[in-house]
Design a protein around this ligand. Structure first.
Ligand code: NAD
Ligand code: DAU
Length: 337
């Protein structure tokens, strides 16, 4: 499959995970060219693409809901890897509308162009489509877990997964889907849990923990997500779904106290704040299908090392996040979070 992939469209390539994927492809796949399609919403940042070879990466500023633009890009490429989304649960609870537009209608627009051009299409999705697990349940999500999304964000991603599968079954569009757990690493928007707490501490603000802090997330370094997505694009069976995870289950309070300790603060120096409505209790991924069938393994196996590098990146790049900090904290303050 990879021999024929020379030019890919990456939607959402100026965001956290999309930009990591673009850098990963340029660094690891020298024969591949990338066209990034990104609307540069509040979450997109062109600085995330700094250092990309201009002979191999073209940036196109535009919306995935723009059918004519998508059509013209797909006419010239071999595959599309679709990261673009509204990605933050708390925002989806405050205002679901852009989530429906980008995550559902945007994915539909891309699928229609993929149908027209017979385009290889990889859809990047989330483990949140499966809802949550109980804290005391030994089970983990598998590709056979039933869909049970809780939030406007996760239900819009679930809808997009269903569209992708339908376009495969009905029209034969050559698709794969991946559902990944919580990513961490440099360039993640500071609205998200880890960078919010790190930048709070750097800014002299107290970290904020929702609810009882016992909720569990299954953390994976974003570079491991990127290598997994490429592996599926290259070797995945068409029509199949692969779960991506790196056995990184941790409670929120454990992660927060690890951050406080790593940054030289007292581990109890944080505020308990109002819980997120409908807050999923636990996510956990069984990634054996991806590992056994496609031979993928994560490289970032030490969470404490990955976390220390991530903290260092936010310390060294205040200009990247300073402008967004006040706006983001004002939004949280209004929500009591
Ligand atoms: P992000 O919010 O950091 O980036 C999203 C990017 O999409 C931004 O660059 C934004 O400008 C762009 N975008 C938004 N709407 C657009 C539109 N209509 N047209 C074109 N571009 C648009 O998100 P992220 O955390 O990097 O997540 C990327 C993808 O990975 C999403 O599909 C998300 O559901 C999925 N995912 C994320 C995680 C995670 O932990 N962050 C885990 C699993 C899956
Ligand atoms: O599981 C994959 C998903 O992970 C992705 O699909 C989403 O795009 C991504 O945002 C992430 O969703 P979460 O809701 O799990 O991530 P978030 O960083 O918002 O929160 C992680 C946990 O931390 C969650 O249990 C809520 C909690 N939290 C979050 C913030 C921002 C806090 O306790 N305090 C906070 O300030």
């Amino acid at each position: 499959m990879s021999e024929s992939i020379e030019h890919i469209v990456v939607t959402g390539g100026a965001g956290f995970i999309g930009s990591n994927f673009v850098h990963w492809v340029l660094d690891n796949k020298p024969a591949v060219r990338v066209s990034v399609l990104d609307a540069l919403t509040y979450a997109g940042n062109l600085e995330n693409l700094e250092g990309c070879d201009p002979d191999r990466m073209t940036f196109v500023h535009g919306d995935i809901c723009d059918a004519d633009l998508v059509d013209s890009l797909f006419a010239e490429a071999d595959a599309c890897v679709h990261f673009a989304a509204e990605s933050h649960n708390d925002n989806s609870i405050s205002d679901p509308s852009p989530f429906l537009k980008t995550n559902v209608y945007g994915t539909f627009t891309l699928l229609e162009a993929a149908r027209k051009h017979g385009m290889r299409f990889h859809h990047v999705s989330t483990d949140e489509v499966y809802g949550d697990l109980a804290l005391d349940d030994p089970a983990r999500f598998t590709e056979d877990s039933p869909y049970k999304p809780s939030s406007p964000y996760s239900s819009s991603k679930a809808a997009s997964d269903h569209l992708v599968r339908a376009w495969h079954r009905t029209y034969g569009v050559p698709i794969t889907i991946s559902n990944c757990s919580n990513n961490y690493g440099p360039r993640q928007h500071i609205e998200k849990f880890i960078p919010r707490q790190v930048t709070n501490i750097i800014s002299g603000l107290r970290p904020k923990l929702y609810g009882d802090g016992k909720n569990i997330r299954d953390w994976i370094h974003t570079e491991d997500h990127s290598s997994a997505v490429w592996t599926i694009l290259e070797k995945g069976r068409l029509g199949e779904t692969y779960l991506i995870g790196a056995d990184g289950e941790r409670s929120n309070i454990d992660v927060l106290q690890a951050i406080l300790t790593a940054m030289g603060s007292n581990p109890d120096d944080f505020d308990w704040v109002k819980d997120r409505p409908g807050h999923d209790r636990r996510y956990a991924i069984d990634s054996s299908k991806l590992r056994k069938e496609l031979g993928w393994e994560p490289l970032h196996t030490s969470f404490s090392e990955g976390l220390a590098e991530t903290i260092e990146w936010y310390r060294n790049n205040p200009a990247w996040w300073a402008d967004a900090k006040r706006v983001t904290e004002d939004k949280y303050k209004a929500l009591g979070q």
